[in-house]
Ligand binder design. Structure first.
Ligand code: 13P
Length: 246
């Protein structure tokens, strides 16, 4: 099974969403690919109603608090009332543009678990960190701090997204992806005591490069930004992968 998750970010109006649902429903889906889409909060209910049989629907962020004086925030508890199955947590855009810390990200992960929402923890190094040879150090810190104190019975996903590969058309080599995802799994096993965790690669994945980038057996799938905005392209990423390993 391969896992293809999309992240719409701050994109799509209501009419775009209606067109997307129509287009997605027209696609024939490969049997061995699990699809998920992280949509803006406003579309969670509609997308769930229309597409949840074919594609898991979740959100892109969640509050670190349960309730209170946090103007503009949406809690995991609120989301659980709307059958939100997962939330991205700690996406690099949240870390960089909204200054989210590893400690806040950890709170968000814990809130997800308390409310039956599966977190997809996003980790990855910047270009500078890569150039300075700090990739593994950054990954270890983000993983151990972000997952600190989690209940061992709970399931989650990790998305390895090098910051410099997001929305740039640049990608690591398949070998680099394999090496870093293997390292993520090693940290999860040794430091978090979790084996068999699904780990995705994210950053400039499209239908053309998916097969090559996600070929290694340790790469469980992809977290897709830009290419997930087009239903056919998004589904095609999974279709192209389905030919890789069965
Ligand atoms: P792109 O696929 O547009 O590079 O975005 C990746 C991403 O940020 C997914 O969370």
């Amino acid at each position: 099974m391969k896992y293809i998750f999309g992240n719409w970010k701050e994109n799509n109006t209501l009419s775009d969403v209606n067109a997307y649902i129509k287009e997605f429903k027209k696609q024939s889906l490969p049997t061995d690919v699990h699809y998920g889409l992280a949509v803006p909060y406003l579309y969670l209910q509609k997308m769930n109603k229309k597409l949840s049989k074919k594609c898991e629907i979740g959100v892109q962020n969640v509050s670190f608090s349960e309730k209170g004086e946090y103007t503009g925030e949406i809690s995991a508890k609120m989301l659980s009332d709307f059958f939100c199955s997962f939330s991205l947590v700690g996406h690099s855009e949240r870390r960089q543009k909204f200054k989210e810390t590893n400690e806040e990200i950890n709170q968000k992960v814990l809130k997800c678990f308390e409310n039956g929402i599966m977190p997809i923890l996003c980790v990855g190094e910047t270009k500078q960190e890569k150039d300075e040879g700090k990739t593994k150090k950054v990954l270890k810190t983000q993983l151990t701090k972000g997952l600190s104190g989690i209940p061992l019975s709970k399931q989650f996903i990790v998305a390895y997204e090098p910051v410099w590969a997001i929305g740039t058309g640049l990608t690591p080599t398949p070998k680099e992806i394999e090496e870093n995802i293997k390292y993520v799994k090693k940290v999860l096993e040794e430091n978090i005591k979790k084996i068999g965790i699904t780990v995705l690669y994210g950053g400039s994945v499209n239908p053309q490069n998916a097969k090559e980038l996600l070929n290694a057996s340790c790469v469980d799938g992809a977290l897709v930004g830009g290419a997930s905005l087009n239903a056919k392209k998004f589904v095609d990423i999974g279709k192209n992968l389905a030919n890789v390993r069965r």
